[in-house]
Ligand binder design. Structure first.
Ligand code: AMP
Ligand code: ZN
Length: 435
């Protein structure tokens, strides 16, 4: 089934004509309403009228996460606050995250695109959807929720956490579909097994998983543990939230990008050069229908490639492959975005610590764990005859990390000068997860 038959199966030519029309409009609009874009376009020597073909897109400058941060919180909004009906932020960091805003029409659009995703996964009005993405500032929970209501499934707004309760609802309400991060799906399966629940005997038949990297191996594990079909969904708050692209149940290989709303390019992350369709690189998106927070050539830092073969489902929308990495050092820990620089900022704000640290990320069972090893100062170390001093320090770091970044970490204080020093670029992260 296809939710929006007309737009999801447009012949390429008609799609491109529509894209060009929409691109021209959005470029005009941001130039005249957002100071940042006016300056950026002027600096790049490009004017809205210069956009005559889709290829002219590459004349426009990129927008980076730093531009969003520099205009925190609302500086890039293209409408007055009175037209904004909802605010969200990227996952992670209770500090200055990326803030995004939506008009009522944006919410309607997002709901439609999410409805397209759910229908692509084979859902109908008769399905019950267990939504275990976090509700709140993070876009996952509410994004999926509105999409489910739009296409008519019965949505259970579980949100994240409280695994025992989730398992009870999975048994009692008999949902047929599950939305959460892929690692949490495995975690649910594992915990269920411990409690003696036959997870394959639940009514679940399909799962829609995203918000963090996963692999074909994990897909097989999840499908086997829960007795379901597992599909990949991609999105990021800057561009909209979940529902930028989604795998269909027929193809089950790569996620259809809703190209009537988003233009996609793949670039070489080092040079910014636009790559040929199908080449692997950093995905760059331009939103052509968003009102409140349009983004021009946003560098996602996510590495993937476009899949050019037509899909048997009948959608003409291009697909993108799984995300295979990042072109920056962002980590996703239990679905939460974490930059090492944010951890560093917390550590350097605490007296008695040295700016030498090491982050070790592992997956134990199905849960991500983060260990922070950090050197204490000579002074603290020589005064640390009392174990209590060090214990208090560890506790403080754990609390601060939790408070500022929203993640739980294990902290290990180490002796001065014991961590490895780097001559060139420091590599402070060891990601030992094997997905
Ligand atoms: P957020 O803005 O907090 O929703 O985080 C968005 C980021 O999550 C993306 O830029 C990706 O790095 C990651 N992400 C989202 N969906 C997926 C997916 N299906 N596979 C891999 N990474 C994903
Ligand atoms: Zn398809």
């Amino acid at each position: 089934m296809i939710f929006n038959e007309e737009y999801e199966t447009l012949p390429r030519e008609a799609l491109e004509a529509l894209q060009l029309k929409r691109l021209k409009q959005v470029v005009q609009r941001v130039y005249h309403t957002v100071g940042f874009y006016r300056r950026a376009f002027d600096e790049a020597g490009v004017q809205p009228d210069d956009i005559r073909t889709l290829d002219d897109l590459r004349r426009l400058p990129f927008t980076a996460k730093q531009d969003l941060q520099a205009n925190y919180p609302f500086g890039l909004f293209a409408v007055p606050m009175s037209s904004i009906v909802r605010l969200h932020a990227s996952s992670g960091t209770t500090g200055r995250a990326t803030v995004v805003g939506y008009t009522q029409r944006d919410i309607d659009t997002w709901s439609e695109l999410m409805a397209r995703c759910l229908v692509a996964a084979g859902l109908t009005k008769n399905d019950i959807l267990h939504n275990a993405y976090a509700y709140g500032l993070f876009t996952g929970g509410l994004g999926i929720h509105y999409g489910a209501e739009r296409m008519g499934a019965s949505v259970i707004p579980m949100s994240g956490g409280n695994t025992k309760r989730q398992l009870m609802i999975l048994q009692d309400f008999g949902p047929t579909a599950l939305c959460c991060t892929p690692s949490y799906a495995l975690n649910l399966a594992e915990e269920g097994k411990v409690l003696g629940i036959d997870m394959r005997a639940l009514r679940l038949r399909v799962g829609i998983f995203g918000a963090e990297p996963w692999s074909e191996k994990m897909r097989a594990e999840i499908e086997n543990a829960l007795g379901i079909t597992a599909l990949n969904i991609y999105g990021l708050s800057e561009i909209m939230g979940p529902g930028v692209s989604m795998e269909c149940q027929e193809g089950r290989n790569g996620m259809h990008i809703f190209e009537d709303h988003f233009l996609v390019e793949t670039i070489n992350p080092d040079t910014g050069e636009v790559l040929l369709p199908g080449e692997k690189g950093e995905m760059v998106f331009t939103t052509i229908m968003k009102e409140a927070f349009p983004l021009i050539r946003f560098r996602t830092r996510d590495i993937s490639r476009l899949l050019l073969e037509p899909c048997r489902c009948g959608r003409t929308l291009l697909r993108m492959d799984r995300i295979t990495g990042r072109s920056d050092d962002m980590l996703i820990i239990r679905g939460v975005n974490v930059f090492p620089s944010q951890i560093e900022a917390v550590l350097t704000g605490i007296e008695g610590l040295e700016p030498h640290y090491q982050l070790i990320v592992e997956r134990t069972g199905n849960l991500d764990t983060l260990e922070i090893q950090v050197e204490v100062s000579e002074r603290l170390f020589s005064n640390a005859d009392e174990v209590k001093v060090l214990q208090n320090m560890e506790r403080r770091i754990v609390n601060d990390i939790k408070e500022f970044l929203g993640i739980s970490a294990r902290v290990k204080l180490v002796e001065p000068k014991s961590l490895r020093r780097f001559e060139g670029k420091a590599s402070r992260v060891q990601d030992r997860r094997q997905l």
